[in-house]
Design a protein around this ligand. Structure first.
Ligand code: SF4
Length: 444
C-alpha cells in the first residue's frame, strides 16, 4: 500500500450539513496552494453516489437522499438537466443534511441556477460546456457563492463525453503519440489535453478549488488515466468506473480499478456506479474502503468459510442469517468468524473477537479466544448473536477491547468426533493410512 498523494484540499458542505474535506496535504509553497493559509492533513476517502430519481420531484428526491445518507453516503449528487430541477434545489437543500452536488451538462445556466439555490459543489463536463465565456461565468459564480467563501467544481472528463468528432484521425495521431506505448494512449492524451485546456481557464481566474475525474467503463483505462493525471495535477481525484453495468459485474470492474488506484495512493473520493439502486453503490463503496483499511469500519466484519466436503452444518443459511442479524444489531467493528469445520475454524476463531466453528452438527463458540459454549446446530445462530451483543456491551463499557485475546485457542482433538482437519490428515499420514511424501527439494 502506497501513501496517499497530497493534493490541494476542497471543502464540500456547510455548517448545517457538516463539511466534508476531499484530499489535502499539499505543501503551502506549491504554486497551486495559493490562498491556503494553513497546512492540511489528507482527509479520509469519502464515498458518494447519485440519486436515480427526478430532482424536480422534491419529495421523492429528498426521500432518496435521506436513504442514501442513512446508508453512509458522505456526499450526494443530483442531476439538473432542466430548470424545474434547479428550481427544486432550494427546498431539497432545506430538507436534507448531506452536502449536495449539482451535476451539470450542456447548459451552463443550470450551473448558475444551482449555485444561486445554494448547492455545495458543481460538476462540469469540458466535453459539453465548452464556451469559454460561459465557463468563466460559472467559475466566477462559484467563487462568490457561500457568502464569498466559494464552492468547489469537479471537472469530469469521462471517456464517453469527450471524444472529439472533428478532425478525429489527425487528432488521434497527434495525441496518440504522447503515450504511444499504451493501448489507451489516444484516450489518455485527450483526457489530459482537455483537462489542461479547461483548467487553464480556472487558473487564469485564480480559481483552484477543483476536483478531477476521468471515468471510463474500461477498468484498465481508468487505472492508466488516473495514474497519469495524478502525476500532473495536484487536485483531489474523484474515482469511478462509469457505466459499469449491473451490480454483479460492475462490482468487479469498480473494485479492480478503484482498489488498484487506492492501493497506489491515488484517489480522494469514490463513486461506484451500478445499473441498480444507488444504495448498493454506497454499501459496496464503504466495504471497499474498509477492506483496504482506508476507513474505520462501522459494524461487524463477518469472516466465513466457502465450505467444502468437510462441512458439518448448513453453513450458507447460517452465514446469511448471521450477516443479517449483525447488520441490524452490531455497531462496533468486531470481527465475527463463522467456519464450517476444524480445519480453518480455530485459526479464524483466533483472529476474531467472536467465532463459531462447526463439527458433528454442533457449533463451538469462542469469545476473545475463550471457548464459551458448545451448542447444537439449531441453537448456533441465537447463541452466537447473544455472545456478539454481550461482547458489544463490554466493548462499549470499556470492559473489553476489540482484537484482544484472553487465551490461545486449542483446537479440539483432531482424532475425536469433531476432527476432520489438518492434524487428522497429518495423523493419518504419519500412521501410513495415506502415503504422502513431500521433499523440501522437490518443486511444488
Ligand atoms: S473451514 Fe472446513 S468446511 Fe470450511 S472450507 Fe475450510 S475445510 Fe472446508
Amino acid at each position: 500500500m502506497q501513501p496517499r498523494n497530497p493534493t490541494r484540499p476542497i471543502f464540500v458542505g456547510d455548517q448545517r450539513t457538516g463539511i466534508i474535506q476531499i484530499g489535502g496535504g499539499i505543501a503551502l509553497d506549491h504554486p497551486l496552494a495559493k490562498g491556503l493559509n494553513a497546512p492540511t492533513e489528507i482527509a479520509p476517502i469519502s464515498v458518494q453516489t447519485m440519486t436515480a430519481g427526478y430532482t424536480y420531484d422534491i419529495d421523492k428526491c429528498v426521500a432518496e437522499i435521506h436513504k442514501l445518507t442513512t446508508a453512509g453516503a458522505d456526499i450526494v449528487r443530483v442531476a439538473v438537466p432542466e430548470k424545474k430541477d434547479t428550481q427544486a434545489l432550494k427546498e431539497i437543500l432545506n430538507q436534507t443534511t448531506v452536502p449536495i452536488v449539482a451535476d451539470v451538462h450542456f447548459h451552463f445556466k443550470r450551473a448558475l441556477e444551482a449555485i444561486e439555490a445554494g448547492v455545495h459543489k458543481i460538476r462540469l463536463n469540458p466535453g459539453n460546456i465548452t464556451d469559454r465565456a460561459q465557463v468563466e461565468q460559472v467559475i466566477d459564480a462559484c467563487k462568490e457563492a457561500n457568502n464569498g467563501r466559494g464552492i468547489p467544481i469537479r471537472v469530469g472528463v469521462n471517456e464517453g463525453s469527450i471524444i472529439e468528432r472533428k478532425d478525429k484521425q489527425a487528432r488521434a495521431k497527434e495525441l496518440g503519440a504522447v503515450f504511444s506505448d499504451n493501448k489507451h494512449g489516444y484516450m489518455m492524451a485527450i483526457m489530459i489535453a482537455k483537462l489542461e485546456e479547461y483548467l487553464d481557464i480556472f487558473y487564469e481566474r485564480d480559481f483552484y478549488d477543483i476536483a478531477i475525474s476521468a471515468k471510463s467503463m474500461d477498468a484498465s483505462l481508468v487505472i492508466d488515466a488516473y495514474t497519469e493525471i495524478s502525476k500532473r495535477f495536484p487536485h483531489p481525484l474523484h474515482l469511478g468506473v462509469t457505466h459499469a453495468g449491473p451490480k454483479e459485474t460492475g462490482c468487479i470492474r469498480s473494485v479492480v480499478a478503484l482498489g488498484t488506484l487506492m492501493a497506489n495512493g491515488i484517489g480522494d473520493t469514490i463513486r461506484i456506479s451500478y445499473a441498480n439502486d444507488p444504495i448498493y453503490e454506497i454499501e459496496d463503496g464503504l466495504e471497499l474502503l474498509y477492506t483496504l483499511g482506508k476507513r474505520e469500519r462501522i459494524g461487524a466484519e463477518l469472516i466465513a468459510c466457502p465450505t467444502c466436503g468437510r462441512i458439518q452444518v448448513d453453513l450458507f443459511t447460517l452465514v446469511q442469517q448471521v450477516n443479517d442479524k449483525l447488520n441490524a444489531d452490531i455497531t462496533v467493528p468486531m470481527k465475527v468468524a463463522v467456519m464450517g469445520c476444524v480445519v480453518n475454524g480455530p485459526g479464524e476463531a483466533e483472529g476474531a473477537d467472536v467465532a463459531v466453528f462447526a463439527g458433528d452438527r454442533k457449533g463451538i463458540i469462542y469469545v476473545q479466544g475463550e471457548k464459551v459454549a458448545t451448542v447444537p446446530e439449531t441453537e448456533i445462530l441465537d447463541r452466537l448473536l447473544s455472545e456478539c451483543k454481550a461482547f458489544q456491551e463490554q466493548v462499549l463499557s470499556g470492559a473489553a477491547k476489540l482484537g484482544e485475546k484472553k487465551v490461545e485457542i486449542v483446537p479440539p482433538d483432531p482424532e475425536g468426533a469433531l476432527g476432520s482437519g489438518w492434524e487428522k490428515m497429518a495423523y493419518q499420514r504419519d500412521n501410513s493410512l495415506t502415503q504422502i511424501s513431500i521433499s523440501p527439494s522437490e518443486p511444488t
